[in-house]
Write a protein that binds this ligand. Structure first.
Ligand code: KIV
Ligand code: ZN
Length: 524
């Protein structure tokens, strides 16, 4: 049976809708918060990537979330803008107001349906949950014809009760039914069974889009999503780099490339321009400060690297011997450009394009070029990883309230370490000179002197970006304040500078996070 959808019209039977929730489920995981400008940049990149629906946030969660959804709805075109809402009047009304300016809009409302969640989380009887489904979906329909309803903890829901819930949502006007594997508990057979049963047993299920939303607690999110699609789901909820609650959500890039690489078993179509995957992944990593692990499928640094002699020999004879998809198909580019201190701005820009950073703004480009020249003076060979590390640093810092300016440290075994630090805070340069138990401690004390705050330092770690004693250090700093936790990262050939950059990055993220709930609560 073919489906006519309010926002997509008559759907081709094998077309899957890509619903991206990087800015909602992804952003709500620890350390991944983004400010509004960063969300707009990500939304623009996701529009160009070709996502069909963008879940822009949870408008009732905070004024900052409302504004982010509202600005994306106003400024970014190319996808359906969705706002998340619990089954409450205020949530749905806020979501409706936030998405109002969008050309194509959706309210995504959800309630828990599993026995565990209904009893302990909602403290609601099943009949009351059914009533809430009907009233919330009906209310959402007043704001838009495109309403998605989700059965939170759907895969642990009694199947007969799930049928009743889905039927109630469809009767009330839901046009997409999402059955999330909220806690990442399902295996592919469960997904196949649940989606087939819903299609078969629920009146009207053939007229709506069924959707899979899988978490990765057992590392099965992508496999489970594909199992859902094989059993009739035609919307896939996913995130870039698989970010999301706990172990994350199904990774967009993995699902899309599984479809593209194995059309024999996955005969589906989608609107994703796969050659833009890498740059979108890198943009997210630079905004959040979290790189993907080197062996991450599709977008990890090693995903197309061939180290062993046997593999390299095979690759030289025929790339298909060890490559199931081409690196170019996801945006990796072959690069032969060697960068050194004589390389000019044009070569630097070419290199950035090759590394997937074609979209960085002029400010970040200028600052990154200046830092590249500085690095090339200090370091014999500038590796691609070095450039990635410093560009990430600049992209992240482009819009921040506190910026690193300079640092001088005196350290050693004779006297206490001293750090003289300059930071720019809201455009004004401020200085501090502090001693401490080692240069890192002194530098961190100087940050607190310039920008007093009460957060606790939970973690400080140092790693090397490349090899050799002239390698850049990449530092991570984790701060916590009133239950809010953030990670910041920074890179530099000087380890103490990298540490300060990481601390300042974390502090900026904390400010963003605080501002969402208590504007101006954290200030210098
Ligand atoms: O995992 C989940 O159940 C969710 C819902 C809000 C859709 O994210
Ligand atoms: Zn989720």
């Amino acid at each position: 049976m073919s489906i006519t959808h309010p926002n997509f019209g008559k759907m081709d039977a094998n077309r899957v809708i890509i619903f991206d929730t990087t800015l909602r489920d992804g952003e709500q995981s620890p350390g991944f918060s983004m400010n509004i400008d960063e969300k707009i940049r990500m939304a623009e990149a996701l529009a160009v990537l070709g996502v069909d629906v963008l879940e822009a946030g949870f408008p009732a969660a905070s004024p900052g979330d409302f504004e982010a959804v509202n600005r994306i709805a106003t400024e970014v075109k190319g996808f359906v803008v969705a706002g998340l809402a619990r089954s409450a009047v205020n949530d749905i009304t806020r979501a409706g107001e936030a998405i109002k300016p969008a050309e194509r809009k959706r309210i995504h409302t959800f309630i828990s349906t599993s026995p565990l969640h209904m009893k302990y989380k909602l403290r609601m009887e099943p009949e009351a949950v059914l009533e809430a489904i009907t009233s919330s979906v009906a209310l959402a329909r007043n704001f838009t014809d495109d309403v998605e309803w989700s059965a939170e903890d759907g895969t642990r829901t009694d199947i007969e009760f799930l049928f009743r819930c889905v039927e109630a949502a469809i009767k009330a006007g839901a046009t997409t039914i999402n059955i999330p594997d909220t806690v990442g508990y399902a295996v592919p057979d469960d997904m196949a069974r649940i989606f087939s049963a819903v299609r078969e047993k629920v009146p009207g299920a053939g007229k709506v889009i069924l959707s899979a939303h899988c978490h990765n607690d057992l590392g099965l999110a992508v496999a489970n999503t594909l199992a859902g699609v094989h059993a009739g789901a035609r919307q896939i909820e996913c995130t870039i780099n698989g970010i999301g609650e706990r172990a994350g959500n199904a990774a967009l890039e993995e699902i899309v490339m599984a479809i593209r690489t194995r059309p024999d078993v996955n005969p589906y179509t989608h609107g994703i321009e796969t050659a833009r995957i890498l740059r979108t992944s890198k943009l997210l990593a630079s905004i959040t400060g979290f790189d993907v692990q080197p062996n991450k499928a599709i977008v990890g640094r090693n995903a197309f690297a061939h180290e062993s002699g046997i593999h390299q020999d095979g690759m030289l004879k025929n790339a298909a011997t060890y490559e199931i998809m081409t690196p170019e198909s996801v945006g990796w580019q072959k690069t032969s450009l060697v960068m050194g201190k004589h390389s000019g701005r044009a070569a630097f820009r070419d290199k950035l394009n090759a590394l997937g950073y074609g979209d960085i703004g002029d400010n970040a480009l200028n600052d990154a070029f200046r830092r590249f020249k500085d690095l090339a003076d200090r370091k014999k060979i500038v590796y691609d990883e070095d450039i990635v590390a410093l560009v990430d640093d600049e992209v992240v810092r482009d819009h921040q309230r506190i910026k690193f300016v300079s640092l001088e440290v005196r350290a050693g075994s004779k006297e206490p370490a001293r750090a003289e630090l300059e930071l720019e805070v809201d455009g004004a340069v401020k200085t501090a000179s502090e001693t401490g138990d080692g240069p890192v401690d002194a530098a961190f004390r100087a940050i607190r002197a310039i920008f007093p705050h009460n957060s606790e330092l939970l973690l400080f770690s140092v790693g090397a970006v490349t090899e050799g004693t002239d390698a850049q250090a990449r530092c991570t700093v984790r701060l916590q304040e009133e239950g809010k936790m953030v990670d910041g990262q920074g890179a530099d050939t000087d380890t103490i500078v990298a540490a300060v950059r990481a601390y300042v990055h974390a502090l900026n993220k904390l400010i963003t996070k605080r501002a969402r709930t208590e504007p101006e609560a954290l200030s210098a």
